[in-house]
Design a protein around this ligand. Structure first.
Ligand SMILES: NC(=O)c1ccc[n+]([C@@H]2O[C@H](COP(=O)([O-])OP(=O)(O)OC[C@H]3O[C@@H](n4cnc5c(N)ncnc54)[C@H](OP(=O)(O)O)[C@@H]3O)[C@@H](O)[C@H]2O)c1
Length: 248
């Protein structure tokens, strides 16, 4: 019998109801982790993600928690730890982007990017650490736009993902004494509802990439699962691109 690499581990993924997050939930569960994941609006989608993971022999549990609210994040972490008896892996995936020149951005759009992409990540990590044993894993989902922002209209989104990259580096030092690694996965264009492979930006994006296709949520899930596993103990403080050569 083969042992799955994350057997016995517990995980919380924020924003697991769709897109990249759903791919991460599916892979962590398939690799043996007990996975809780949050959603805000897509309750039916969240149920379907959980049902698919269970049908594939895994454990996945949806939790309604809006990343804009501190109490929701605290409750999601606490519920995960209570239900599974601890928390080994935190994946901060929930994120939003509003893409427009800075002169056109509304205050609600700016607040949403700062709150969901940055503030909620800080809060989730702070809460998770109360439950995480030595050897835990924190994996943030940043963006390649932290390093490369070739098109107008991406500046504030890029700022939020740059903040995630900086947070990752600082925390790596803070948490290394506990054997907890902190990494930042920076996807390039991934085919999701937020950035469809046949969407309005696709031609421009493919024009600056080495590969001729968008990535998939499953490809991000596979890399996150590797970082969450025992073979990745020496990787920490890194921002790691999974981007089809977007930065090549
Ligand atoms: N797709 C790409 O090309 C790409 C590239 C680089 C980085 N990323 C990053 O990858 C992550 C996922 O992106 P995606 O493309 O999968 O986006 P998506 O398809 O729009 O999915 C976003 C996910 O985040 C959740 N979410 C949004 N607001 C939330 C809130 N307030 N509270 C809790 N959950 C919330 C959504 O849940 P509900 O539907 O339930 O609200 C959904 O599950 C983001 O951090 C994004 O910046 C994506």
């Amino acid at each position: 019998m083969t042992t799955r690499p994350l057997e016995g581990k517990t995980a919380l993924v924020t924003g697991g109801s769709r897109g990249v997050g759903a791919g991460i939930v599916a892979r962590l569960a398939a690799d043996g982790a007990k996975v809780a994941f949050t959603y805000a609006r897509s309750a039916d989608r969240a149920k379907a993600v959980a049902a698919e993971a269970v049908a594939a022999g895994g454990i996945a549990h949806p939790i309604h928690a809006d990343s804009r609210h501190e109490q929701d994040i605290e409750a999601a972490v606490a519920r995960t730890a209570d239900r599974f008896g601890g928390l080994d892996i935190l994946v901060n995936n929930a994120g939003v982007g509003s893409f427009a020149p800075i002169t056109d951005l509304k205050i609600d759009e700016i607040d949403a990017m700062l709150t969901i992409n940055v503030r909620s990540t800080i809060i989730a990590i702070r809460e998770a650490l109360a439950h995480m044993d030595d050897g835990g894993r924190i994996i943030n989902i940043g963006s390649i736009n932290a390093d490369r922002t070739p098109f107008p209209g991406q500046s504030v989104y890029a700022l939020t993902k740059g903040a995630v990259s900086s947070l990752t580096r600082g925390l790596a030092h803070e948490l290394a004494p506990r054997g907890i690694t902190v990494n930042n996965v920076q996807p390039g264009p991934i085919d999701t509802e937020a950035n469809p492979a046949d969407g309005p930006f696709a031609t421009a994006l493919l024009g600056v990439m080495a590969t001729d296709r968008f990535g998939t949520a499953a490809e991000i899930g596979a890399f996150v699962s590797y970082l969450a596993g025992p073979d990745a103990a020496y990787i920490t403080g890194s921002s790691l691109n999974v981007d089809g050569g977007f930065t090549a």
